[in-house]
Write a protein that binds this ligand. Sequence first.
Ligand SMILES: [Mg+2]
Length: 249
Amino acid sequence: MIPRRQDKRLEAVIFDVDGTLVDSERDGHRVAFNLAFQAAGLLDRWDVPTYGKLLEITGGERRLTYWFERRGRSMDEARERAAELHKKKTEIMRGLVIQGRIPPRPGARRLVADVRASGAQVHVATTGTRAWVEPLLHQVFGRTFQVVVTGTEVRELKPNPAVYRAVIEHAACDPARTVAVEDSLNGLRAATGAGLRCVVASNVYTREQDFAGAALTADGLDDPALVAWFSRRLPFAESGPRRAVAKRA
Ligand SMILES: [Mg+2]
């Protein structure tokens, strides 16, 4: 058990991207996958509920492979098709990002700015592809994040903890004084598997998941409970840039 006193001083916060910092799943990735299907002359389309179910599989290429296999293609053919489609989809997603079509989740900019202002480090651990993650972070948050590890560098996707371990190693941060922020069960498992505490800010796709083991489960990054949790633990919380919101919804 970590003593509560030590608990209060966070040294680093590691953010997931998809569904956590940005609402990218429904209006970003899903749209990009459908445009990639269309560009390849395929009739496959993912509506909002279908995509919600497919999100249980992390990584776009794995999601496509699963989809093609379920539609009766051989494993080799499914893999080949998925690799091809995923390349196209990444290109399309990059275009959506550059056009500014992927907004931050409410409270995301504020939370990241507060963490930075407190003196704690901010990092990113995502299974997304660097080709769109990098322009997205730059476009939405500026040059804020210190260590960014993506699915391009780490092949084992969440819930495997590899991406979190890579961030901890590169940033040389103490896992006992670092917290992860995630939106999904796969993300929570990846973070806790790397020995981190994890705060979950769920969204419409993940709200029903069981987040047992999370340090806190909140409805979003602007949830007063989440804001208060960070206010109590950031290095300069007492005189910090922002007081906890006392009023509960
Ligand atoms: Mg996520």
